[in-house]
Design a protein around this ligand. Structure first.
Ligand SMILES: *[C@@H]1O[C@H](CO)[C@@H](O)[C@H](O)[C@H]1NC(C)=O
Ligand SMILES: *[C@@H]1O[C@H](CO)[C@@H](O)[C@H](O)[C@H]1NC(C)=O
Ligand SMILES: *[C@@H]1O[C@H](CO)[C@@H](O)[C@H](O)[C@H]1NC(C)=O
Ligand SMILES: *[C@@H]1O[C@H](CO)[C@@H](O)[C@H](O)[C@H]1NC(C)=O
Ligand SMILES: *[C@@H]1O[C@H](CO)[C@@H](O)[C@H](O)[C@H]1NC(C)=O
Ligand SMILES: *[C@@H]1O[C@H](CO)[C@@H](O)[C@H](O)[C@H]1NC(C)=O
Length: 916
């Protein structure tokens, strides 16, 4: 029933927290779809809002890095009709939601955490089929977004309360708590309060906000006394205003708290409370000189999204940060391997300057030979180690940066892993940076783990250089390896992971366990590890503390934090164990993790939260499910969400670009093999795509509405000649558009646009920006880029011209076709694109590894068929005509067989304006 609403206005307000909160208010008319919603967002700021966000309160308590955050918000419906409120919170992906409730007219509706499968079954019973909206989606890189909507009666209010817990992770020497606030509306009562208690003492603490102006600065209150910190920020409604008479708000961005604790003891800190212990280990140790090889991919794909330029930028900073005791080398690769110098070089001012000049000149081209590049780097490091100049205990690192899959040389991923592992022989650490979405991240992850390192994804974006430098800083100073933490066996019965391969400067190891004896006085803690020169070993006695006596006023979190922290870590350990071990071990780990998730009310990948909510109009109580996303789901959804955020203007964009004779499954080349039909389904935040491969010159029917008298056909063209890789691409080169009722006929080629009406003909050329306004048709040409076609009272299309370099040896210019608005077409509209204008029902299940890494297969139920589909990405050029946006989609194989009605040959037409 999601499309039917009786209310005149749909008010949506959104509060989200990122380690934080984001708050958006929308005012949208009903049933006009997302486009109308987008327009109304602008109107909203001038109209006087009636649904009022009365209060927003973020209350965060942190005890020994374990944070417990409660977000409470009240919305008032002052209108005399019922309206919908949406509560939308962004929380860190590493956090677990532990509670959610809604209070409406004196009644509290508390959500329940249940086993995922059970919750799903109950939910299926509770709602009509076809409703798929989950309450949790991936948001950006590190967050997930929880959203609940509830329809509340006239003149009433709703109070939402969400709680989540998380262990703050130390990185680069600090803990960071980020609260994202974007209310987009003035709020009567707005408050952020954080109380931090750190038994080791707070070394420094900084609180600031990206949105904090000079006027707001004095409102950030911060008190730090030894072990306790209190931070608050609560601007009045007047203080939130952008300017004295504005209705806009200044509160828009991240509120960030950074701090670190004092580290007096090498052994770290051990806390024993209420039958559980937690040990924090982050010793201060001297710097270790290192040998480091930078291995940089310069294959053609590094051009996309400015990756090459950003890599150069990051490398310049990283090189500057080398210590003069370090030795380094640079290997650059595409299909060929080249190196700055044959041997490791000491990082003197002179050599660093030379290396920077070398890095500045790197330009992208060619294929990707990861195997040989790594082999070369290992060889240079080995020679360096043998060289008497380099001391024995020195640490050797390889830092690989790549954005793609190996496409030449050794391309079998297992073989590369075996080769690299053999060559490194446990004597060096390999760190892999996967740049962008196309990268074989799981391959890099395994490769790094097999060689005492770790992998990280670098997201395409303007901050990529900062991400690269940050990762380098994190891993460039390993302090210890093979770290073993030991506690008395007879006193501890459930210990979290206590062996770590490596400890980097600025990070921290946390181990927790349950004690068998509640009243211990002495508890022996030992840590041993390999240092780079000497072995490392420390031990110490710890004793239980009575926290209730020490800090009686803060009882809640102090009373049970060790136990909840232990449960949090144990569940995370168990979840990661599900990937390894025997079938029985995996089953045991899953069962245990589930049991603990239920016991502690954590929403984990094994549990779901059933959200109970009333509906003022229907007078009934329904339910919806909030899930924790797994990493796989995040991978699939992250792009979708980014896309959805920027693209929900378009009601239903059905787009097409280029075709290729090559099957996309076998293709590795980023230019070819793109599917060319994309059916975007903004409501589901998903897309379907397929190829139609046929001979160049074939004419296909794309849209045909017999009632509206609309026809769109497209003719394919081929390449000028067959490309060296033997693939012949086809593209759309000519479109014929007819509106019979209006008597308009349009022919669009890569050179010109011809409009015919009532026997008259007008030509427009791509080489000039021009517009043509008629009674029935509006055309707008943007020079060499795009053509918008508006046919009166029926449709709006966008044609994009893709210009290829004139002297390109084989490609030629081609066209893309996008439907901007099709809602006025009749239910009988058909054609390769037209059949999807009124939506398509499908279900996707059984996500499983596909033939290519990062492109999993799944089973799709659609139009009564069960199809194997593959997750992929496709470029959508409609909002960024030049660069395009990546859209994730389900690829349907075999010319869209099973998805399109009939066979693709049924859509072949005998002429550009023919209907047969
Ligand atoms: C709501 O109020 C308006 C004017 O204030 C009135 O015209 C309308 O009938 C009222 N609607 C309901 C459902 O009471
Ligand atoms: C969840 O919140 C409700 C309402 O605030 C409260 O009554 C309940 O005890 C909480 N449940 C848990 C498990 O904390
Ligand atoms: C919300 O509604 C309740 C009655 O259900 C009322 O007592 C309370 O004052 C209202 N809150 C606000 C902020 O108006
Ligand atoms: C560790 O990082 C801190 C800054 O966070 C720095 O002052 C210190 O020198 C580093 N130590 C080593 C061994 O690199
Ligand atoms: C690793 O180092 C050890 C000790 O220095 C050496 O014996 C061994 O051959 C090295 N392994 C490889 C593959 O180089
Ligand atoms: C799995 O759990 C069962 C029952 O608790 C236990 O008997 C068995 O030893 C466990 N197996 C493994 C491999 O841990």
């Amino acid at each position: 029933m999601s499309g039917v609403r009786t209310a005149l206005l749909l008010w949506v307000w959104v509060l989200a927290l990122s380690h934080g909160a984001r708050i958006i208010v929308q005012d949208a008319s009903t049933s006009k779809g997302p486009e109308a919603a987008a327009k109304n967002i602008k109107i909203r700021s001038t109209e006087n809002a009636k649904m009022e966000m009365y209060s927003v309160k973020v209350d965060c308590k942190v005890t020994s890095r374990f944070s417990h955050t409660v977000i409470t918000s009240t919305a008032l419906n002052k209108a005399n009709f019922s309206r919908e409120a949406v509560f939308n919170v962004e929380l860190p992906k590493t956090a677990f939601i532990t509670n959610f409730s809604m209070e409406i007219e004196g009644q509290t509706y508390v959500s329940e955490v249940k086993e995922k499968e059970k919750a799903k079954m109950e939910y299926k019973k509770a709602v009509s089929s076809g409703q798929t909206a989950g309450l949790v989606r991936a948001s950006g890189r590190n967050m997930e977004k929880f959203s609940v909507s509830v329809n509340i009666a006239a003149n009433s209010n709703v109070t939402f309360t969400l709680t989540y817990e998380e262990l703050l992770k130390r990185q680069l020497g600090q803990y960071e708590l980020v609260i994202r606030v974007k209310p987009e509306q003035l709020v009567q009562q707005f408050e952020i309060v954080a109380d931090i208690y750190e038994p080791q003492g707070i070394a420094f603490l900084d609180a600031h906000g990206t949105f904090i102006t000079n006027e707001l600065l004095p409102l950030v209150e911060k008190t730090v006394v030894d072990k306790k910190a209190h931070i608050s920020f609560s601007p009045t409604l007047e203080q939130q205003r952008e300017c004295p008479d504005c209705s806009g708000t200044l509160i828009n961005g991240d509120f960030i708290i950074k701090y670190d604790v004092a580290r007096a003891e090498t052994i770290g800190d051990v806390q024993i409370v209420n039958g559980y212990f937690v040990h924090y280990f982050a010793p201060i140790l001297p710097r270790v000189p290192k040998n480091v090889m930078f291995v940089i991919d310069k294959s053609t794909s590094m051009r996309d999204g400015n990756k090459m330029q950003q890599t150069r930028e990051a490398m310049l900073t990283i090189l500057d940060e080398l210590h003069q005791d370090d030795f380094f080398g640079i290997v650059v690769f595409n299909g060929y391997i080249s190196q700055w110098k044959e041997s490791l070089t000491k990082a003197t001012i002179k050599s660093v300057t030379e290396a920077k000049a070398y890095v500045s000149q790197i330009r992208q081209s060619g294929w990707t030979n990861i195997n040989d590049a790594l082999m070369k780097s290992v060889e240079i490091l080995k020679i360096g180690r043998q060289d008497h100049k380099l001391s024995e205990g020195i640490v050797s690192l390889i830092i690989l940066l790549t954005d793609g899959q190996p496409t030449t040389g050794v391309t079998n991923l297992n073989t590369i892993q075996a080769n690299v592992r053999g060559a490194i022989g446990g004597n060096m650490s390999l760190f892999c940076l996967g740049f962008g979405e196309d990268v074989s991240y799981s391959f890099l992850d395994v490769l790094a783990r097999q060689n005492q390192g770790l992998a990280r994804r670098i997201y395409v974006g303007s901050d990529a250089p900062v991400q690269l430098q940050g990762f380098y800083e994190e891993v460039s100073s390993p302090l210890l390896s093979e770290v073993n933490l030991r506690y008395p066996d007879n006193l501890v019965n459930s210990l979290t992971t206590s062996h770590y391969k490596q400890l980097f400067n600025g990070s921290e190891i946390v181990v927790a366990g349950r004690l068998t004896d509640n009243s211990l006085d002495n508890f022996l803690v030992e840590v041993s590890a390999q240092g780079f020169e000497d072995d490392f070993s420390v031990s110490s006695q710890a004793s239980a503390q009575d926290w209730n006596l020490l800090y009686p006023e803060q009882e809640y979190i102090f009373g049970s934090f060790t136990e909840r922290l232990w449960a949090y870590l144990t569940i995370q350990d168990l979840l990661s164990k599900r990937g390894t071990g025997t079938v029985e071990e995996k089953a045991n780990a899953t069962a245990k993790a589930l049991e603990m998730s239920l016991q502690y009310n954590f929403v984990t990948p094994l549990t779901s939260m059933v959200v109970i909510k009333p509906d003022a109009d229907l007078g009934s109580v329904g339910s919806q499910i909030a899930d924790k996303l797994t990493e796989d789901e995040r991978m699939l959804k992250r792009l979708q969400v980014q896309q959805a955020d920027t693209r929900f203007r378009v009601p239903q964009a059905v787009t097409m670009q280029r075709s290729s004779y090559a099957s996309p499954r076998s293709s590795m080349n980023f230019v070819d093999g793109d599917p060319h039909f994309i059916i975007e389904l903004p409501e589901r935040e998903d897309a379907l795509c397929f190829n139609i491969d046929d001979k160049p010159g074939t004419i296909f029917n794309l849209v045909r509405d017999p009632l509206g008298g609309i026809l769109v056909n497209g003719q394919t063209i081929g390449d000028k000649k067959v490309a060296p890789n033997g693939k012949m691409n086809t593209y759309f080169g000519r479109f014929g558009i007819v509106h019979q009722t209006l008597g308009v006929r349009l022919e669009v080629t890569t050179q010109e646009i011809t409009v015919s009406q009532d026997g008259k003909q007008v030509k427009l050329y791509w080489s000039e920006t021009a517009s043509l306004k008629g009674a029935n048709v509006d055309l707008q040409v943007t020079k060499d880029l795009s053509l918008t076609v508006n046919l009166r009272d029926s449709v709006r299309f966008l044609v994009i011209l893709h210009k290829v370099w004139k002297k390109h040896p084989y490609h030629q210019d081609y066209l893309g076709f996008y439907t901007l608005d099709s809602h006025l077409l009749s239910p009988r509209v058909h054609g390769l694109l037209g059949q999807f204008y009124h939506g398509v029902q499908f279900e996707v299940k059984d996500l499983r590894p596909g033939e290519e890494l990062q492109k999993p297969d799944a089973t799709m139920l659609v139009k009564g068929h069960e199809l194997t589909v593959t997750r992929g990405w496709q470029k959508d050029f409609h909002s960024h005509t030049k660069k395009g946006d990546l859209v994730p989609c389900w690829f349907i194989h075999s010319n869209g067989g099973g998805l399109i009605d009939g066979d693709h040959t049924d859509y072949i037409m005998s002429g550009l304006f023919k209907t047969f």
